[in-house]
Design a protein around this ligand. Structure first.
Ligand code: SF4
Length: 418
């Protein structure tokens, strides 16, 4: 190995990979059966590159050569950047070396498109196959699926990778056509569909046969770029919801558009998507997956952007004040989950504990509930009535100020005791 040359490739190809945020290792669980390493369902996500965005995975591109010309991408064919390509053997050797030194827990491998989709996908699969079969590598492997790759290669990829992902990139077909004319959503959805069906098939076979090979045990994920086109937050979370419902996705990642190129189709290079928007989208995503919220409830069609000042659960509660206060000792699980400051774990604890005693705010505090927030939305006797004379803006100020006594309490007097 020429180490200087490898070092140079590593710098180029790790830097080019940093824009992809869909690299969480959550969900992987591969036991060490006498080989090298293991991966745990730990959900940790450090980064190999320097921008602080990701993982303790070695996160690289196989190449940044690309025949496509996606406007938002530094590796697009018309961009004048230094190009490089690893060989399959180089990626395998780097992964093993880094793993042995404890630098990484696995590999996140993506790629520009060399010549055509299959040529590129075949090389990605070959890396994973060599690691598993020749080096008995049990660390985590996340492979990017190349749009347009054949079914056979996708099926093979699933046998060696823990997670497969294909990036939808732009939430709407119209936006995609504008910025990535070589791509189409149907080409991306095809491999996603195949992976979903294979996952079901392997699961069914496992019920019948004792020994069934693993197929992408950490499932599949996708990424959407936020802010490169003008989709609303409502549109984005509806698209995410569609993918969760129809393709059994483990995760949708939201990547705030980072302007790197001047292009009339893109927002100005000087503009930046607020990190808070990305953050709010993740919170909205969480509400859909774990709290029973519908996309239309989180963001209303009449105002289709998420509130950047407060989180979407609190925003929903303020818009729906007639649904509060929630009686902690009597309300159904669905409503307790909707109380700002009460998470899924605390909800479980509340449901369990209230079988044995009448709960108080002090009890909630001990359970880990964020009572500073929750106290405005709960009652314990079922007699508290929301004060309809306080409008949403005042209520919002009260909660944000976090003061305890120098304001008119939005609920009944009973709650002023806390
Ligand atoms: S196909 Fe991928 S690597 Fe190539 S230009 Fe588009 S986003 Fe970039």
């Amino acid at each position: 190995m020429n180490f200087d040359r490898i070092q140079e490739k590593l710098e180029i190809l790790a830097d080019a990979a940093k824009y992809d945020v869909s690299c969480s290792s959550s969900g992987g669980s591969r036991k060490n059966k006498g080989g090298l390493g293991n991966s745990q369902a730990s959900g940790i996500c450090h980064t190999y590159t320097e921008d602080g965005r990701c993982v303790s995975l070695l996160k690289i591109l196989l190449t940044n050569h690309c025949i496509f010309d996606c406007a938002y991408c530094v590796s697009r064919k018309t961009n004048d950047v230094k190009r490089a390509a690893f060989t399959v053997e180089e990626v395998v050797e780097l992964t093993i070396n880094f793993y042995r030194r404890n630098y990484i827990e696995g590999l996140f491998l993506s790629s520009g498109i060399f010549k055509d989709s299959d040529t590129t996908m075949e090389r990605l699969v070959r890396v994973a196959k060599k690691l598993r079969l020749e080096h008995n590598f049990n660390g985590y492997i996340h492979l990017k699926s190349i749009p347009g790759a054949s079914d056979e290669l996708m099926k093979e990829a699933g046998l060696y990778a823990d997670r497969l992902s294909i990036n939808i990139e732009i939430p709407t077909e119209q936006g995609l056509k504008l910025l990535a004319p070589d791509k189409s959503h149907s080409e991306m959805i095809k491999p996603m569909s195949l992976v979903k069906n294979e996952l079901i098939l392997y699961k069914e076979e496992k019920k019948i046969f004792r020994k069934v090979p693993k197929f992408a045990p950490a499932g599949q994920s996708t990424q959407m770029i936020v802010g490169a086109t003008n989709e609303t937050d409502l549109k984005i979370i509806k698209v995410a919801d569609h993918f969760y419902q129809n393709f059994n996705l483990k995760r949708v990642y939201y990547s705030g558009y980072v302007p790197v190129l001047e292009d009339s189709r893109l927002p100005s290079i000087h503009s930046q998507v607020p990190m808070q928007r990305e953050n709010r989208l993740y919170q909205a995503d969480w509400l859909m997956r774990f709290y029973g919220f519908e996309a239309n409830e989180i963001v209303e069609p009449s105002n289709p952007f998420l509130d950047l000042e407060i989180d979407p659960k609190l925003a929903w509660a303020l818009r729906n004040r007639e649904r509060f206060p929630v009686n902690i000792n009597m309300a159904p699980k669905e409503m307790i989950l909707r109380v700002p400051g009460i998470g899924t774990k605390s909800t479980g604890k509340i449901l369990m504990a209230r079988k044995f005693q009448k709960l108080t705010l002090e009890n909630l505090k001990k359970m880990g509930v964020a009572v500073n927030r929750a106290k405005y939305f709960v009652s314990f006797e079922g007699t508290n009535v929301f004060n309809r004379f306080i409008d949403e803006q005042n209520f919002r100020n009260i909660i944000l100020s976090g003061t305890k006594s120098k304001y008119q309490n939005p609920f009944s007097q009973q709650l002023t005791l806390f």
